[in-house]
Design a protein around this ligand. Structure first.
Ligand code: TMP
Length: 206
């Protein structure tokens, strides 16, 4: 089963991912978590380039670098693990490319982003995607004391477009579960857990 987490920076994905991993592991499941970009040697090297605030990257190059990191992760880790019936949790996946490089950077038309995503994922789609919805204003407030990486230095209007991108995806993608990221940590965790439990039960009877 493939579970992905999406949302703008500061939406609390990492906290929720560790809570979910802990609970599913307790239930005896094999759970593997990867962050995007990252999760393999090649993908972590690409991450270093993408987030380095010292360098400038052309928007199309940026799109292709995120996609290259993804292709390596899927081929090297995700597909073999799914084959072994593990639960794979991804801290971001191709919806981030649609939201950030598509709606945020406006690098190429969305239809083209979708084609690149399909190539980079080797055709793999998540079973469920948790979209932790947080307004860019609240997110900016939460992250204001953090040191900013290259992506996080992109400015308020960029993050507003990214947010709108995720909102559009939440209306068109049936696998999206919208979670109010302003709720308290435990409420969010139990909402997520209920949805995963339901999905696991459904997958078993399929
Ligand atoms: P992280 O901070 O959640 O680890 O993600 C790294 C940054 O990269 C974050 O600002 C979101 C951005 N990103 C994209 O712009 N496109 C992508 O496809 C992915 C996976 C992340």
């Amino acid at each position: 089963m493939l579970i992905t987490f999406e949302g703008i920076d500061g939406s609390g994905k990492s906290t929720q991912i560790s809570l979910l991993k802990e609970e599913l592991t307790k239930r005896g499941l094999r759970v593997e978590v990867f962050r995007e970009p990252g999760g393999t040697d090649v993908s972590e090297m690409i991450r270093g380039m993408l987030l380095n605030p010292e360098i400038e990257i052309d928007p199309i190059t940026e799109l292709l670098l995120f996609s290259s990191a993804r292709s390596q992760l899927v081929a090297e880790k995700v597909l073999p693990l799914l084959e072994e019936d593990a639960v794979v949790i991804l801290d971001r996946f191709y919806d981030s490319t649609t939201a950030y490089q598509g709606y945020g950077r406006e690098s190429v038309p969305i239809a083209q982003i979708q084609q690149i995503n399909e190539t980079a994922t080797h055709g793999l789609e998540p079973d469920i995607t948790f979209y932790l919805r947080l307004s860019p204003k609240v997110a900016a407030e939460r992250t204001k004391s953090f040191e900013k990486d290259r992506m996080e230095q992109s400015g308020d209007t960029f993050f507003e477009r990214v947010y709108q991108g995720f909102e559009k995806l939440s209306q068109t993608e049936a696998r999206f579960e919208v979670i109010d990221a302003e709720k308290d940590i435990n409420t969010i965790h139990s909402n997520i857990l209920n949805a995963v439990t339901e999905k696991l039960g459904k997958n078993d009877t399929d």
